[in-house]
Ligand binder design. Sequence first.
Ligand code: AKG
Length: 260
Amino acid sequence: MTIPSDRTPDYRAAGKTLAADGFAKIDALLRADEVQRYAALYDRFLDRTIDAGHLRGDLGAQGDRDDDAVEAITQIMWPSHLIPVLLDAPAHRRCLALARQWMGDDMAMDFDMLIDKAPGTEAATPWHQDASYWPDLPDTRAVSFWIALDRATVDNGCMWFEAGSHEKGLQPHWQPNEDGGANECKGSEDAGVAVPLAPGSATAHLGMTKHYTRGNATDTHRRALIINFRPVAMIERERAQGFDHGLTVNERTVRSGEAR
Ligand SMILES: O=C(O)CCC(=O)C(=O)O
């Protein structure tokens, strides 16, 4: 298959690891100069030069906060809606190529987001499966790329995954904060694997893979660009149900699995 990318990395081994373990590491997805350009754009989102309006929220929501207060976990949905050229930039192009190489030519971008952990924000992103946020769909193929724009370490909130959790079904989830924020399920670091990353490297995980990040205990930002892909027919099905990952209404819901 031809990969429509200016780089044609052979990441087939990562695709096999993704299928077996539910997650994989992708080294050097972006070059250093590309990381610099993404990081500069990212900072324009963070300092509100680019106004994200309702697309900006706090994944670690802890009640009322001033609009200019630093979020516990800054989440900006749909950067490519606000800056459409992103769709044709290297991260989106290369991740789309990989999603198609691994899962089929009908894969397309479903949504993207920025998640930043500001210095000293000690809020963990709880263990969860992304599918807990999504409608139940007959075709469950879905892959998320988490691209580090800063060095991601255990101390600033790199991704942790529970290997094999994608094969155990959707677990019960709840929202720990009444005011919204992230979904949570049972999970622990003891059962997980931390995946530190160099800037420009990425992880990929499936919709059912349990994952988590610690809070940022360092004095620098931990910026990540996240891009998710699923089959075109499933995206159309979501949209037909009025579900667009916060593009029109930024409201999170919980789809929990059978209580077990
Ligand atoms: O960046 C984080 O803290 C969490 C990211 C996450 O949960 C995701 O990409 O699905």
